[in-house]
Design a protein around this ligand. Sequence first.
Ligand SMILES: *[C@@H]1O[C@H](CO)[C@@H](O)[C@H](O)[C@H]1NC(C)=O
Ligand SMILES: *[C@@H]1O[C@H](CO)[C@@H](O)[C@H](O)[C@H]1NC(C)=O
Ligand SMILES: *[C@@H]1O[C@H](CO)[C@@H](O)[C@H](O)[C@H]1NC(C)=O
Length: 413
Amino acid sequence: MKPTHKLLFVLCPMLVLGFIYYSSGKLHLPVWGQKSPESDAEETAVALTKGAEVKRNPELETDIPVGPIVGSGTSAAPPNDPLSIHVVSSPSKMYDKQGFLLQLDTKLTPELAYKYGNLSEGVCKPGYAAAKMTAIYPKFMKAAPLFLDRNFKRLAKVSSHLPPFGFKTQERIIDSILTITKNYGLGEALDSLSCKRCIIVGNGGILSNKSLGSRIDDYDVVVRLNEAPVNGYSKDVGTKTTLRITYPEGAIQKPESYEKDSLFVFSAFKPLDFKWLKHMVFKEKLRGVEGFWKSVAHYVPREPTEIRILNPYFIQEAAFQFIGLPFNNGLMGRGNIPTLGTVAITMALHNCDEVAVAGFGYDMSTPYAPLHYYETVKMSAIKESWTHNISKEKEFLRKLVKANIITDLTHGI
Ligand SMILES: *[C@@H]1O[C@H](CO)[C@@H](O)[C@H](O)[C@H]1NC(C)=O
Ligand SMILES: *[C@@H]1O[C@H](CO)[C@@H](O)[C@H](O)[C@H]1NC(C)=O
Ligand SMILES: *[C@@H]1O[C@H](CO)[C@@H](O)[C@H](O)[C@H]1NC(C)=O
């Protein structure tokens, strides 16, 4: 062996050892299932393999959105450090950039098998969605209230962000709205259920001709989005609507098309939206509609007590933690707004025991299939969106389906 080779032979292990020593100060040993203060920042986890062989993950060098996801006790993220390594307690477990287990399967972990294994088919499993979510995404923190209530300023993660990721600058207007809506839950009957099964009904044409209406109506909570109609489509989409989640441009415009007995759940995407909501709640005449990207409803035939404000945390969490959209200093930017459907699913993971979806997913291989179940616009009309990133969103939803966290009745995801 040439002397230079010999030297390299000695030098290499030394470099490796030096590297390990250097990085040891940065090693964190998160307790399984608990959130370490830094874990938000470390979207990428690399398992330390046997034999102290340290692998550098090229993903680590990329632009990971580690902005200040401010929260109770969560410190601002340290700067991207290409050498930081996330050691997980089981060396065989590897996580992707978002913090999801790479190897997804539908099997229950032994604890969950013990907890749910002997429940018979079809019985609601308490805590199931959150438990399964935590199994593939250890950072998952279940507590996140569904709607804003009079105490909303305590919600640290959203109080420091502007809409759509929080409510900063809108506190006064929200205060005045919540003073007269007076209700901040799903209603007595649903709030007291010990196990809730929810379904999010997307607007996809994939719902057509599948006669899923009665299956959808069987869920405790049926969530519909924007103007998606029920009348005339009930065989396929059901008749029950517990929540209708809406932003101003998506709201049903004809007062007679609103169904009875549903809660009008408002989701804000820009500061102006709160102003619109205030007009709707106080039944004030809407003057000047500049700033909306299409025409908006001028009247919402709902009592203030039937109106709720969706916690904007679900938009923030879906965008930056689950999907991994560009953080853009916490501001709305190109391709960083999740679709309302994914926001609703995120909401359900926190607030429902079991979660199902129907009417999600676009099959681009069928350009002439209808985009929505209630209109004739074709799939091919879908344009490259400035606000959304449909393909990245789908990657996230695929993980939920693959790990059996959500059930997809129409198999479109
Ligand atoms: C499963 O069965 C065991 C033994 O029969 C019982 O103790 C336990 O409570 C059951 N678990 C559930 C979640 O019902
Ligand atoms: C659903 O069925 C109706 C009547 O059979 C048909 O006209 C329509 O094209 C079908 N829609 C889809 C999306 O297959
Ligand atoms: C969506 O994300 C992919 C991958 O990060 C990126 O290449 C693409 O430009 C994004 N699209 C939009 C509309 O932002």
